[in-house]
Structures are given as C-alpha cells and as structure tokens.
Write a protein that binds this ligand. Structure first.
Ligand SMILES: Cc1cc2nc3c(=O)[nH]c(=O)nc-3n(C[C@H](O)[C@H](O)[C@H](O)COP(=O)(O)OP(=O)(O)OC[C@H]3O[C@@H](n4cnc5c(N)ncnc54)[C@H](O)[C@@H]3O)c2cc1C
Length: 490
C-alpha cells in the first residue's frame, strides 16, 4: 500500500470531474474521492446511449436539472446533466475546440499555460480520432473516441442543409477542427464509438479498470451542501445528508451554474450579495458576475416524412464569418424528434461571441436554485445574425431544401428588415454553453486556485475567462486534463 500524501475531494462527477478523478488517481500517492449528486453509469439506458434520442432527454428533463435563464425577452430553460458524466451524458455530442485566437487571448491576459500551443496538445492527447491520422492537430490514442457522422447516418433535413449550403456557394470543410479550413460547411465531429453510441467522459475515463484503483472512491447520490472553510483554508465539505468529509484539497467541478452557487453558499462571492443573505464572507470575489454563453435564434421547421438517419441532434453545420474571414457564428438544423410522422427541426443561428455580462446569483432563499441571467448580446450581435439569416434565406431557396419540401412551422421571412429582432424576441435559444462564472483572472489564479482561500480550486466550465468560439464540452475536458497535470506536478 502506497503512503498517501494528500486527500483530494472532487465535487461533481460530470464532464470535467470524471476526467479529473481518473487522471488524479493515476498518481498512487493521491487519495481521490469523487462526489456526484446524480446516479451512476448504470442509469445509462438506451435513451442516453442512442444519440438520436437526445431531444427526448431534453424535453423530458431526464437525468438533468433545468434552471430558468432570463434573457432580454423569453426565458430559456438552461439544462445541466445530473448524473455521472454530467452534461457530457446528455449533450449534443459535438466535439469542437474553439479557435487559436480564443486561447491566445487568455494567455495574453496573463494566464500562463493557456495559450493555443498549450491547449492544442491537451486536445490532441484527449482524443482518439478515427477519421484522421495522428498529426499536429489530431491524436489517435486518447480516451475519447471521436469521429464524424457518416452520410448514411445523417438525417434527411441535415443532408439537405449540407448539400444546399454547398450549392449556395459556401466552402466545403473536411475537418471543422482544423482552424485553417474555416469558415465553411462541414460535418460535426462527435464523441461516439463505431456503433454510433454516445461515449460520455465517465464512460471514456472512469472505466471499470480505473474504478478498481484502491486510491479512488466514486460516490454517486452524494450532493454537497457547502464547502467548509476555516481560517482562509478549505478543510472539507458537508453533504446535504449532514455527513462531513475532510479534505486536504477540494476541487469544485459542479458546472457553470452550480459551482458559483456552491461557492457563494460557502462564503466565497460578492461581499454585498452574500451579506444580503446573511452569509459570512470568507473571500469577496466576483463569483457569478461574468457569465458567457452562445446565444441566438431557433426557427422551428417541418418537413413531411421520415426523419431518416440515426445521428444525434447536431450533425452538419455552417461555420459562418460575418466579415468574410473570422468565424463568428454557427448555423445548423437541430433534430428535434426521433418519432415517425412530420419531422420537426429547429434552424439555429448562434453567435460564437458573448458580451460576458450574464450572471448567476443566489435566490431569495439560500437553498433555492440559482437565479441565472443570460448575457445581453454583444453590441454587433444583430448585425452578425443578419449575416447568418442571409445565408439561411439562400438555403431555403436551394434545390436540396426544395426537394426536401421543408418550410418554417409558422411563416417566417429571413429577409424581412426586422427578422433578427423579431426572432430574438420570440425565439431566443442558448447553445447551453454557459461558462465563465468563476473565471481565471478575477476569481481564480492561472492554476485555478481560488484567490485568498487555500486548498480550494475550480475545474469546469466556470473557469473560462472568455468563451471559446466552439462548443464547450471538449474545453471542459481540456481544463480538467490541464488542472490534473498541475496538481500532480505540485
Ligand atoms: C442540452 C445540451 C446540449 C449541449 N451540447 C453540446 C455539444 O454538442 N457539444 C459541446 O461541446 N457542448 C455541448 N453542451 C455544453 C457542454 O456539454 C457543457 O459545457 C459541459 O459538458 C459542462 O461540463 P462541466 O464539467 O462544466 O459541468 P457538468 O458536465 O454539468 O458537470 C457538473 C456535475 O456536477 C454535479 N453536481 C452539481 N452540483 C453538485 C453538488 N452540489 N454536489 C455533487 N455534485 C454536483 C452534476 O450532477 C454534474 O454531474 C451542451 C449542453 C447542454 C445542456
């Protein structure tokens, strides 16, 4: 038996927490306890494993928590997975990284070790890409099996989108994860196995072999109520059952909405806000004040006949650039049903930039769910979405769209002068990429340690100082991989 030097307790066995637990327990000198509020992997029934059924999970709120997110118009239900694997077990499986400039911007802001050259190595190490050989941008030996949907797996609407966008002059991109090929139209890389079944981070990293490690304890159904802080040091935590657990270090991976909630309940957050709730302030920090998200509009569309294909909700996309060169929006049809009959899909246009001025606050009652406010759109948001709408207007008139016979479920004219404003008023959507609620810089240092509190870190979507221009799940894996290396190196 190896003498343990440190007991690390991870709060949240989601996308990032599962990765962190697996990586940290590679070091036999560390004792690692992973606490997850939701159920274990054995609750992964076919609804979770079959990607095309993801909309059912979203609509029925299965294995997830839905928190209202206030917008400038209609509220959006913000989803977060609540089970081992977290949101990676219920998401759209898209496996993108963002762009080099996103991370170079982090490094330029003084966050050493987070520039593109640093993070791209981590992205490569995490993946096992089945479509591309090992190269300076792809890896073949990581835990995450990545491939692109095959044409025979893609639904009829998404094939019509792909073919129609090419017909209307957009460039074909063979590898959306190669920044040099963007902007253009391509197929989403997704984290699935060869049988097209979802592989969450818990399935990829917390394998039976890893879970047999004597220095790793995985507890599910274990919800943390607050972190214990004594004399500016985290000493452990308390579960909602009242059980207390000691720790040398606590790493919070509860996701962009619940991590700030937990920190604030534990006395780490904006002093005035905590004071209003009668919470003793251990560290006065801008927790929850800088939330980013990718927001936009979703126009419901319908076509007659079968959906076709077995692929998940995100299959093909246009990575658009409103200035012609710098990718700044995504457009794609989101499959909304897997049942027979007239097929519904949602035509999404989403900005890949955020004002970062959204927030997560405590409710009137400390135990109530967080109060979440979406960031207002960036000032040029409508103009950028207008560019996307122009592309969609061309697509609607394309041969493949006409052959499919699809049309907006209610009349909608993408070329109308007020089309964007009207759509954002009535049909706002979130990509559910909430990040930046405990960012490196103001709340955390570049090693993700909470300023002013020893023995406490955050390692999930919350830590991102600005939102990357890609889907965020792989970014969370990258954060956990990098933090595990930092902890093991200490
Ligand atoms: C519907 C939907 C679709 C999406 N599609 C995509 C996509 O296709 N591609 C992509 O890249 N991104 C997608 N995203 C976003 C992406 O999945 C998330 O950004 C990412 O998974 C978040 O990871 P995380 O580790 O920060 O949090 P999570 O994965 O949410 O993990 C947090 C974990 O903490 C647990 N927890 C919370 N509070 C406590 C507590 N008090 N005690 C113990 N445990 C607790 C939760 O149960 C959960 O398991 C999607 C998100 C949603 C909601």
């Amino acid at each position: 038996m190896v003498q343990k030097s440190k007991h690390i307790v991870i709060v949240g066995g989601g996308t990032s927490g599962a990765v962190l637990a697996a990586r940290l327990s590679e070091d036999a000198h560390l004792a690692v306890t992973l606490l997850e509020a939701g159920p274990d992997q054995n609750s992964y029934d076919t609804m979770i494993l079959e990607p095309q059924r993801a909309p059912e999970i979203w609509q029925h709120g299965t294995h997830s928590v839905v928190t209202p997110m206030l917008t400038q118009s209609t509220p959006i239900g913000a989803l977060q997975g609540r089970l081992l694997g977290g949101t990676s077990a219920i998401n759209g499986l898209a496996t993108l990284r963002g762009l080099p400039q996103d991370y170079n911007h982090w490094a330029a802001a003084g966050l050493e070790g987070w520039g593109w050259e640093d993070v791209v190595d981590t992205f490569i190490a995490a993946e096992r890409d089945a479509d591309f050989p090992a190269s300076p941008i792809h890896g073949n030996s990581g835990p995450l099996p990545v491939r692109r949907w095959r044409r025979d797996e893609i639904s009829r609407a998404q094939l019509a989108f792909y073919d129609g966008m090419l017909e209307t002059g957009n460039k074909r991109v063979d590898d959306i994860n190669d920044p040099s090929q963007l902007p253009g139209v391509g197929v989403f890389p997704v984290t699935i196995d060869q049988d097209a079944r979802r592989v969450s981070t818990s399935l990829a990293y917390l394998t039976p072999k890893v879970r047999r490690r004597e220095n790793l304890v995985v507890r599910t159904g274990a919800e943390v109520a607050n972190i214990a802080i004594e004399g500016a040091r985290a000493t452990g935590l308390r579960l909602t059952t009242g059980e207390e657990i000691d720790a040398d270090e606590v790493v919070v991976c509860a996701g962009a909405l619940w991590t700030p909630w937990l920190l604030m309940r534990s006395g780490i957050g904006p002093g005035t806000h905590l004071g209003e709730h009668g919470i003793r302030v251990h560290a006065d920090l801008p927790v929850g004040e800088t939330m980013s998200d990718h927001l936009g509009t979703g126009i419901p569309f319908v076509h007659e006949g079968e959906r076709g294909g077995i692929a998940g909700p995100a299959q093909v996309l246009l990575v658009g650039a409103s200035n012609g060169t710098d990718p700044d929006y995504h457009c794609f049809p989101i499959a909304m049903s897997s049942s027979p009959g007239p097929t519904l899909f949602m035509m999404a246009a989403l900005l890949m930039r955020s004002s970062g001025r959204g927030s997560v606050k405590l409710g009137d009652e400390v135990d109530a769910e967080p109060v979440v406010t979406a960031p207002p759109l960036p000032e040029d948001g409508f103009a950028r979405l207008q560019h996307a709408f122009a592309r969609l207007a061309q697509w609607v008139r394309s041969g493949p769209a006409n052959a499919l016979g699809c049309h907006p479920a209610e009349p909608f004219d993408f070329t109308a002068a007020n089309a964007v404003a009207q759509a954002y008023e009535r049909l706002p959507i979130s990509y559910y990429h909430m990040v930046g609620t405990c960012p490196m810089g103001t709340v955390l240092d570049a090693n993700c340690r909470v300023h002013g509190i020893k023995g406490l870190r955050v390692a999930d979507a919350s830590v991102m100082p600005t939102i990357p221009s890609g889907n965020t799940y792989l970014g969370c894996v990258m954060v956990a991989e990098r933090i595990s290396r930092k902890i093991k190196g200490e």
